[in-house]
Design a binder for this molecule. Structure first.
Ligand SMILES: [Zn+2]
Length: 267
C-alpha cells in the first residue's frame, strides 16, 4: 500500500481459469494476498544482518492508530547492519510490550530485509513497527515503511511477510525515483494493461510496487510462477519487464562467507 492512497485492496480472488479469456485483464486482485504464489521464500539466501539495540529514543512514528501525535518517546530502537554495508533502522513502538517483545518483532524483519535486492535495501531508511492490526504502508519520500505487530504475525501465517516487506520496500525505495518517471510511464503506456486490479485502480501509486513483485520473481525464480502466470506476465507487462531488468539486473554484493559479528542480537 502507498500512503498516497488509502485504498485497501479488495480480497476477492481471481480464478486462473478465467485468465485466458480476456487477454488484457489483470491476473489477480492484488500481488501479495490475493494469490498463493510464494514469490519470495523465507529460506532463500539473505545478506546477513546484525541486529543491535540502540536503546529507547524519541522517534517520528507515523501511522499510530490511537493518536495523531507523530513523535513518540521511549521507542525501542534497533539497527540492522547488513554485510553489504547497508543499514536499516527498526523503530518499535513501546505499546508492543517489553523490550524482549520489541526485539522479537525486530528480529522477524532481519531476514526479509536481507532478501531484498541490494538496490532497495541500500535506499531503505527504517521500518516503523506499531502494535495492533492494520495494513502496512510506506512513505516514498521518507524512505521508510510501517508495519503492525498483529498484521505481521498474520502475514507470517499466510507466507506473505516476505512479499509484504518487498512491496512496501518498493514504495519506500523505488517510487520516489521511478513511479512518475518518463521511463516507467513509457513502459506502462507500451504495455497498455495491468498485472493486478489494484495496479489498474492506482496506476501512479501502486503499479510499480505491484508489477515489481511479479517482475522480480519472473527474472530471478521463474519456476515459482505457474505457467499461466508466466504467460500472463509476458503478455501483460513486457515493457515493464525490460524496465525492471535494468533495476533488478544490477549485480548483487558478494557476501559469501561473511559472518555477522558475534555481538549481534539476531539472527
Ligand atoms: Zn502498495
Amino acid at each position: 500500500m502507498s500512503r498516497r492512497v488509502a485504498a485497501a485492496g479488495a480480497l476477492a480472488s481471481c480464478l486462473l481459469a478465467g485468465m485466458a479469456m480476456a487477454a488484457a485483464e489483470p491476473l489477480f486482485e492484488n500481488s501479495v494476498v490475493s494469490n498463493n504464489i510464494d514469490f519470495i521464500i523465507a529460506s532463500d539466501p539473505a545478506v546477513p544482518g546484525c541486529l543491535r539495540d540502540l536503546g529507547q529514543t524519541t522517534q517520528e512514528m507515523a501511522g499510530a492508530l490511537d493518536t495523531d501525535e507523530l513523535m513518540a518517546s521511549d521507542v525501542y530502537t534497533f539497527e540492522v547492519a547488513f554485510a553489504d554495508q547497508s543499514q536499516v533502522g527498526l523503530w518499535v513502538h513501546p505499546s508492543v510490550g517489553t523490550r524482549e517483545d520489541a526485539e522479537e518483532l525486530a528480529a522477524l524483519l532481519v531476514g526479509p530485509l536481507g532478501r531484498l535486492p541490494a538496490v532497495m535495501r541500500q535506499r531503505l531508511s527504517h521500518v516503523v513497527v506499531h502494535s495492533g492490526d492494520h495494513t502496512a504502508f510506506a512513505e516514498h519520500l521518507g524512505h521508510f515503511f510501517a508495519v503492525y505487530a498483529d498484521n505481521l504475525q498474520k502475514r507470517i501465517a499466510t507466507h506473505d511477510l516476505e512479499e509484504t516487506v518487498f512491496h512496501e520496500s518498493v514504495h519506500a525505495t523505488l517510487d520516489a525515483q521511478w513511479a512518475e518517471s518518463a521511463e516507467w510511464r513509457q513502459a506502462q503506456a507500451a504495455d497498455g494493461a495491468f498485472i493486478t486490479a489494484y495496479a489498474a485502480e492506482v496506476p501512479v501509486g501502486e503499479d510499480l510496487a505491484e508489477s515489481a513483485l511479479f517482475a522480480f520473481t519472473y527474472l530471478r525464480h521463474p519456476e515459482r510462477l505457474p505457467p499461466e502466470v508466466v504467460r500472463g506476465v509476458e503478455r501483460i507487462m513486457p515493457a515493464r519487464l525490460s524496465f525492471f531488468e535494468t533495476i533488478f539486473g544490477a549485480p548483487e554484493p558478494n557476501v559469501t562467507g561473511v559472518e555477522p559479528p558475534e555481538d549481534c542480537l539476531a539472527p
